[in-house]
Design a protein around this ligand. Structure first.
Ligand SMILES: Nc1ncnc2c1ncn2[C@@H]1O[C@H](COP(=O)(O)OP(=O)(O)OP(=O)(O)O)[C@@H](O)[C@H]1O
Ligand SMILES: [Mg+2]
Length: 456
């Protein structure tokens, strides 16, 4: 039964709408202002909100913004007694489904509610379909290094032991984490991901543990953190070595007691969550340098899984190439492309600093960019992106007509492009490998007009 929440300060409207919609078979909730409405959304799954524009405390348009930010899947129908075109356009731009004028025509209201719920249902279906289509969780590889990883996944999945996944960029750490979750008894419960490096320090605690209404400016309503959302499931703490010291202390406590408080709250929240962590940093070095708490390291590192870099498992290259070739084959192509012997040799000789992700991106690029059915050495050279053993005079030839300043800039641009590509256009990672601050890298990207073409 779809659930509808009515937010309107007029008691009359609330009761008429509730009656009509209940008669239609919907489950109806109501709230007299935006704050109450938003906090109801935190605790009740709702499919549709009917929202008045003129509300005390927090205006309807602000409530709409919050809903679209925090619950993008919920459809919202705006109702207003002071309707004007500007307002209606603005509401739809923010993401409202439709705009109804008061006094409400009940018939029209019911039709619009039905349509909105139909769209919501379609979206959900679409998303499920997408998830099942694009969930590429097949782990390709038969070499010893990967067999060890697969064995560890099988052995550890069924227990609740904490797992620390270690490996360079793009080696497949996230894939390992998902595989563990899917093979565990928690598979039906959520797999919640947190990228600890991507969340600013000031927000990380509220992101992980949630906050109470009013805990800080902009905390308009209570919000659940990732640990709470992962209840009965698994939480994947990616880039865990990048947690701030204070967040490390809090996470340590969760690992010890499985309880925490939301930011600004006193209530102890108990969760049943399995922690899977990952990092591409040498975490033991971080511990020795005092940047990562040793006690937390021991807590997380119950079962370490090392995912080897691609250059140490080149025996798997033919399998991987075959897999990605099929996957990225043009929809109208009848046969998969293949590599010439020399082309394949170049793939073996290459160092693959961006590991499987780099290989995957390369395969996608070459499939789109060449018409050759048997891919030549020249094409590989052209699209592999990074410099493969050329002698220095050849490398430098392109700078012939430039002065030193121009040559430096040209090199800088090219080098930044290579690092961006290797890091899948992730600015903070690329900045780290370049030894730059992300803001500094941003400036250079702007300066050189580099396009960020991050893949999905
Ligand atoms: N063995 C494999 N077989 C098939 N695809 C793989 C394999 N390993 C990784 N991939 C694919 O390569 C891409 C990168 O993998 P993933 O995101 O798991 O790497 P990661 O180690 O988490 O990288 P990062 O450190 O950059 O976060 C994904 O698209 C993943 O599906
Ligand atoms: Mg990852």
């Amino acid at each position: 039964m779809p659930r509808v929440l009515i937010i309107d300060d007029e008691q009359g409207i609330r009761s008429v709408l509730s009656d009509v919609l209940s008669d239609e078979g919907y489950d109806v909730l109501s709230a007299e202002d935006g704050f109450k409405g938003l906090s109801m959304l935190e605790t009740n799954p709702v499919d549709l909100v009917i929202l008045d524009v003129w509300l005390p405390n927090m205006g309807g348009m602000d409530v709409l913004k919050r809903i679209k930010e925090d619950f993008p899947d919920i459809e919202v129908i705006i109702i207003s007694g002071h309707a004007n075109i500007d307002l209606a356009v603005k509401a739809v731009k923010i993401g409202a489904f439709d705009f109804l004028e008061k006094p409400l025509s009940l018939e029209r209201t019911i039709t619009v509610v039905r349509n909105a719920l139909a769209l919501e249902g379609l979206r959900k279906e679409n998303r499920n379909l997408k998830n099942s289509l694009f969930l590429d969780d097949t782990m390709i590889g038969e070499c010893e290094g990967i067999q060890k990883v697969k064995a560890l996944i099988d052995q550890s999945a069924s227990s609740d032991a904490r797992i620390l996944i270690l490996g360079e960029n793009g080696t497949g750490k996230e894939l390992v984490a998902r595989a563990i979750h899917l093979k565990s008894k928690r598979a039906q419960a959520p797999f919640v991901e947190v990228n600890c490096a991507a969340i600013p320090d000031t927000l990380i605690e509220s992101e992980l543990f949630g906050h109470e209404k009013g805990a800080f400016t902009n905390a308009f309503s209570q919000r659940k953190g990732r640990f709470e959302l992962a209840h009965r499931g698994s939480i994947f703490m990616d880039e865990v070595a990048d947690l701030s010291q204070s967040a490390q202390a809090k996470v340590l406590r969760v690992t010890q007691e499985l309880t925490f408080e939301r930011v600004g709250g006193e209530e102890k929240i108990e969760v049943d969550v399995r922690i899977i962590a990952a990092t591409n940093k040498e975490i033991e070095k971080e511990v020795r340098a005092g940047r990562f708490r040793e006690d937390l390291f021991f807590r997380l590192n119950v079962i370490p899984i090392h995912v080897p870099p691609l250059r140490e498992r080149k025996d798997d290259l033919p399998l991987l190439v075959d897999y990605f070739m099929k996957k990225h084959r043009a929809p109208n192509a009848t046969v998969s492309k293949r590599f010439s012997e020399e082309g394949m040799q170049m793939l073996y000789d290459y160092r693959w600093p961006g590991n499987i992700r780099e290989l995957k991106n390369f395969m996608e690029r070459i499939n789109v960019m060449t018409d050759e059915e048997v891919i030549s050495e020249a094409a590989v050279k052209q699209y592999l992106g990074a410099v493969t053993q050329k002698d220095s005079s050849e490398t430098l030839a392109k700078y012939d007509d430039l002065n030193l300043g121009q040559a430096k800039e040209s090199f800088e641009k090219e080098f930044i492009l290579i690092k961006l590509r290797e890091n899948d256009y992730n600015i903070s990672k690329a900045a780290e490998s370049l030894g730059l601050y992300p803001s500094n890298l941003h400036n250079k990207i702007k300066k050189y007009g580099i396009k960020i073409e991050r893949d999905k």
